[in-house]
Write a protein that binds this ligand. Sequence first.
Ligand SMILES: NC(=O)C1=CN([C@@H]2O[C@H](COP(=O)(O)OP(=O)(O)OC[C@H]3O[C@@H](n4cnc5c(N)ncnc54)[C@H](O)[C@@H]3O)[C@@H](O)[C@H]2O)C=CC1
Ligand SMILES: O=C(O)C(=O)CO
Length: 386
Amino acid sequence: MAKPISIEVWNPNGKYRVISTKSMPGTRWIKLLTDQDCRVEICTENKTILSVDDILALIGDKCDGVIGQLTEDWGEVLFSALRRAGGTAFSNMAVGYNNVDVNAATKYGIGVGNTPGVLTETTAELAASLSLAASRRIVEADQFMRAGLYDGWLPHLFVGNLLKGQTVGVIGAGRIGSAYARMMIEGFKMNLIYYDLYQATRLEKFVTAYGQFLKANGEQPVTWKRAATMEDVLREADVISLHPVLDKTTYHLINKERLAIMKKEAILVNASRGPVIDEVALVEHLKVNPMFRVGLDVFEDEPYMKPGLADQKNAVVVPHIASASKWTREGMATLAALNVLGKIKGYPIWTDLNRVDVFLDENSPPPAACPSIVNAKQLGISASKL
Ligand SMILES: NC(=O)C1=CN([C@@H]2O[C@H](COP(=O)(O)OP(=O)(O)OC[C@H]3O[C@@H](n4cnc5c(N)ncnc54)[C@H](O)[C@@H]3O)[C@@H](O)[C@H]2O)C=CC1
Ligand SMILES: O=C(O)C(=O)CO
């Protein structure tokens, strides 16, 4: 028999049993569910990553919906078990859902929710922080100070790269990539080169207008270019930030050959998913190119780093915290809960992902809609008219 899993229960007499595999920030998400007749069970097991067996034990033989985490493996086994337990709803507490087999969920009639929009600016801010930390060698300099090694100003001490007037490269200019690009352009007056499968029209318009504004004020205008190939970005940019989804087209997008065409003093930032970079190739590249720097929020074998990465002074590494602002994490919990609630209640799907804020307003009830269900079309969920 499977080992019992420790849980905390809210509204024990609720009609719909909803599980959250982790405690999530804020309490609004719990209230939204309990107010709508849900019994909420939150896993309190002292274990960072739950296994498939742990989650099977949580689902049990009656479960209407689950809020899960990006560290969990949501595939055939879990979706078939959820279906057998009477469930129709799942949401990742994340915008990325590369940990979810959407086809398996669809096969069992289960909606797969995610949390776009609420983490765009927070994640872009962390990518910008990593860009600055890497370009100005903040972590190395901090460690030097704490080690008591500073004995006076020197002309060569921790010389880094100036961003102003340089070129920022964005690979994957979707919500987060575009927000990051704007920060680097507005903040540091960098020129933009980007690569995406689709044209980033709003971003292009913004850079054009900002360039005109600068020119009218007697400053050097910023420029933009949509690259025909990713290699063009890698060759031209001084700072490159990766923001695509992780799928088979982006796995090891940055490999040994592509690292070799980047500038020797370039800065590479990754706040998307670890496997977008071949991390073994990256470690080798960092070793032989000391002026090349990286800022990494995500890792190929998360939570582990590939051997040698931790020894590289030209790498700034943080533990997948790009979406970790209070507002964002509470908002992610709210959107995930409303995806599950909406699917259980048979609500339509929200259609304007640029307006997820309406779900986050503490002072008014959220719309009767699922904020974001990625397989809504396959499941025949209608669009909200709100
Ligand atoms: N480190 C962290 O904590 C966080 C990581 N993320 C990651 O960031 C990703 C992007 O999030 P959003 O910007 O909201 O998604 P989005 O869907 O708005 O943007 C992704 C962009 O990638 C582009 N793309 C897809 N395949 C590509 C390819 N082969 N080459 C170039 N571009 C390609 C798409 O066309 C799209 O414009 C998420 O899927 C997630 O994996 C998101 C939030 C936080
Ligand atoms: O939302 C995501 O995809 C994340 O990585 C969480 O920060």
